[in-house]
Design a protein around this ligand. Structure first.
Ligand SMILES: C[S@@+](CC[C@H](N)C(=O)[O-])C[C@H]1O[C@@H](n2cnc3c(N)ncnc32)[C@H](O)[C@@H]1O
Length: 301
């Protein structure tokens, strides 16, 4: 696992916040589910942001949730395997707890948290942003097991799904994109398949999964600084994956750099996923319709 560089996370924060405006309908769905399932005297939420980094995504979720659930107690856990990022996150969200651990530990961590007296009776919401593509199958199993064990809602935003559109086009756009997409799958990572894999896994275990798009819309020269870093890092990853791209990459980069001043429009596709334990809740209310779903992790395709 490689931690994200804090300067890059800061640069992408306003761009991510703008894209997450497209995510609000899923957040509203989650809030409606929380409100519908809660007794008036137990308005308490344990929200766990996985892959929290320096806290930018949790800040966005926190603001959006507090606006929509003004009379709820909202407790944040920021989970990441990089302690340096969490140290920054602790400053950004002083009211949150941080836990430095890999996502595979989530079932154990969440069970311990929910059995603690301070969170007893709380509903659970798992959140993340810009994370799923770097996860493995084992990580997704841990996520779905956690949601299933605690009837938790999961809201997973801004996952890269492959695909970008650049205007004007360049003949090497597709080659750069293909090499970058392959690079995303290194070391067993699920890359752009991750959101669909997560939804399939959740559905096989009786949970409801819905999705929505949340693309970045970028324009140069207004987004020049962000685009310069984004495009150059994407190109570096593509060339690392396919060194034979080097000559084409030089030509591509020369033209793209010039367009950062003269005009360039870029759309980068993302997918949001909401996982809702609706069917589990129905099962509890009416045990005669008990579903036969396998224990999470006992089967995968
Ligand atoms: C691209 S950053 C996103 C940070 C934050 N969510 C945001 O939107 O600003 C991904 C974060 O996930 C963390 N991460 C990646 N894989 C992880 C894993 N398997 N377990 C725990 N943290 C992980 C990295 O350390 C990094 O901080």
């Amino acid at each position: 696992m490689t931690a994200a560089e804090p300067g890059w996370l800061e640069l992408r924060r306003p761009i991510d916040d703008a894209a997450r405006q497209e995510s609000l309908h899923l957040l509203d769905h989650a809030v409606a589910r929380l409100s519908a399932e809660t007794e008036p005297d137990t308005k308490s939420l344990l929200a766990i942001d996985i892959g929290a980094g320096t806290g930018n995504s949790a800040l966005w979720f926190d603001t959006a949730l507090r606006t929509r659930l003004p009379d709820w107690e909202i407790n944040w856990i920021l989970l990441d395997s990089d302690q340096a990022s969490l140290d920054l996150a602790a400053t950004a969200l002083p009211h949150a707890q941080t836990i430095c651990t890999p996502i595979v530990a989530l079932p154990t961590v969440s069970a311990e948290l929910l059995s603690a007296s301070e969170f007893h009776g709380s509903q659970m919401l798992l959140t993340c942003s810009a994370l799923l593509d770097v996860l493995t199958e084992t990580d997704l199993i841990a996520v779905v097991r956690t949601l299933k064990d605690h009837d938790g809602l999961g809201l997973f935003l801004l996952s890269i799904v492959g695909g970008w559109e650049l205007d004007p086009v360049h003949p090497h756009d597709a080659a750069v994109d293909a090499a970058f997409t392959s690079h995303q799958h290194r070391d067993g990572r699920l890359g752009h398949h991750a959101p669909e894999r997560l939804m399939n896994l959740a559905r096989r275990h009786g949970l409801t999964a819905v999705k929505g798009p949340s693309p970045w819309h970028l324009t140069a020269p207004a987004d020049r600084t962000f685009l310069a870093r984004f495009l150059s890092e994407r190109l570096d990853a593509a060339c690392e994956e396919d060194p034979a791209l080097a000559a084409a990459a030089r030509d591509w980069w020369t033209q793209r750099q010039a367009q950062l001043d003269s005009g360039l429009i870029v759309r980068v596709d993302h997918l949001d996923v909401l996982i809702d334990p609706t069917d589990r809740a129905r099962e509890r209310e009416n045990p005669t319709v008990r579903m036969t779903t396998p224990a999470v992790g006992t089967e995968m395709t």
